[in-house]
Structures are given as structure tokens and as C-alpha cells.
Ligand binder design. Structure first.
Ligand code: ZN
Length: 239
């Protein structure tokens, strides 16, 4: 099992005052920004090749158990291909919020809601290890600092590239935006179609699952929440 080592995380890459740094250090460590686990450090050490080999071996076993001929031409490279795909689709474990932000937090007096709609999301359901995909809408009300707009999509991607459940993914994105620029509030809505629902069991093809997370003023102020939901529903498109 991989447990987070007991060391404090680095602060975000911004040039704040020492007082701000101190207030950040005293902040409760959030769900979204844990320090790297030993597994993450192993991944960062460039040990991908050994991991691909190990996963490929397991995939070969699965193909055999399915009654397949692993030597037929179409399957010969499948174990390695799937192993590389899985390593790529879970590469978000090795990323950290401060790396993703890369200093793109800017002092600004803009104080109205910032909304980025329709961010594409591709993730893997941790219960079946099959894809779920869809889109994400992220909004926040700045409190003196704004994020580079592309960073919102990068944050969503960092958490999507892990084994996930949609509910946790939604919360992690919201908490990361909160940690990144300490806004007055954050709202996140994720809408996804899950292959484990579409391909098996209830075969709910065409269904989508919607989850939301609201923090700060989005939670406490009905009008802020209403503005957010009105904004994202204006541009609503089917998956
Ligand atoms: Zn599933």
C-alpha cells in the first residue's frame, strides 16, 4: 500500500508575502493537494518501463484466461499497448498542483465570476477500470488573484488521469482551485457518460451522470450559485 509520507507540501509557486505563506502553511491540508506518495515518487523516478512490463504480463494472463490465442497477429502487441495506455491514463498520480500551476497565479482586482465551460474529461472508473468521459465546468470568484485560464483544464486533467469515481473527481477539482488562488468561492459541475453503465449491467446507453461541488460563496450565497448554474446551462450541449 502507498501511504503519503508525513512531510509538508511546498507552497504554490507565487510570489506572495511571507504572511501569506504562513497562512497557507497553517491551512488544513486539503484532499486535492496531498504530498507525493511513495508510488508517485516511484513513477517520477522514470520507472515506467518496468511498470509497463509488469502490467503487460498481467494483460497476457487475462487474454489467456479469456480463451484467446495470444500469439495471433492481432494480439501480439496488445499486452504492451494496453499497459502503456494504462500508465498514460493514470499519469495524473505523478502530478502535483504546484507543478501544474507553474506559477500562473496572478494578482488582479477582477472580482466577478470566472467560468470555463465544456472542459473535456476522460477518466477511468476505479470499480471497473473502463472509461468514463464527458465535460466539466469550473467557476470561481477571485479574491485578489486569478489563475491562468488553461490551468483550470490542466487541474481537471491531473485528477482525471487517475482511477476515479466521478464524485471524488469533482470534489478534488474544486478543492484544487480553492487551494490554488484562494478565491471567495468555487463551483464545479462534471457531466459524464460511464462505459460501465453503457456496456454492461443496466446498459443505460445515452445516460449521463452529473455531479457538483460548491465551496465558499457558491455554497453560502444562493445568487452566486444560481448565476453559475444559469451560466453553464446557457451553453449546455449534449455529450
Ligand atoms: Zn464503473
Amino acid at each position: 500500500m502507498c501511504r503519503p509520507p508525513p512531510k509538508p507540501r511546498d507552497d504554490d509557486a507565487t510570489d506572495d508575502t511571507e504572511a501569506t505563506h504562513q497562512s497557507k502553511r497553517s491551512r488544513t491540508k486539503s484532499l486535492a493537494d496531498q504530498p507525493p506518495t511513495p508510488c508517485e515518487l516511484n513513477r517520477r523516478a522514470g520507472n515506467d518501463e518496468a511498470r509497463v512490463e509488469k502490467i503487460a504480463g498481467a494483460v497476457s494472463t487475462i487474454l489467456e484466461a479469456l480463451g484467446e490465442d495470444r500469439t495471433r497477429p492481432g494480439l501480439q502487441q496488445t499486452p504492451k499497448r494496453l499497459a502503456q495506455l494504462l500508465v498514460d491514463c493514470t499519469s495524473g498520480y505523478a502530478r502535483r498542483l504546484d507543478e501544474v500551476l507553474n506559477g500562473a497565479v496572478f494578482e488582479e482586482t477582477y472580482s466577478e465570476m470566472v467560468v470555463v465551460r465544456d472542459i473535456a474529461l476522460y477518466s477511468l472508473c476505479e470499480h471497473h477500470v473502463v472509461p468514463f468521459h464527458g465535460k466539466c465546468h469550473i467557476a470561481y470568484v477571485p479574491n485578489g488573484r486569478v489563475l491562468g485560464l488553461s490551468k483550470l483544464a490542466r487541474i481537471a486533467e491531473m485528477y482525471a488521469r487517475r482511477l476515479q469515481v466521478q464524485e471524488r473527481l469533482t470534489q478534488q477539482i474544486a478543492q484544487a482551485v480553492q487551494d490554488a488562488c484562494e478565491p471567495l468561492g468555487v463551483g464545479v459541475v462534471v457531466e459524464c457518460s460511464h462505459m460501465c453503465m453503457c456496456m454492461r449491467g443496466v446498459r443505460a446507453a445515452g445516460s449521463s451522470t452529473v455531479t457538483s461541488a460548491v465551496l465558499g460563496s457558491f455554497r453560502s450565497d444562493f445568487r452566486t450559485r444560481q448565476e453559475f448554474f444559469a451560466n453553464i446551462s446557457m451553453g449546455a450541449r449534449t455529450l
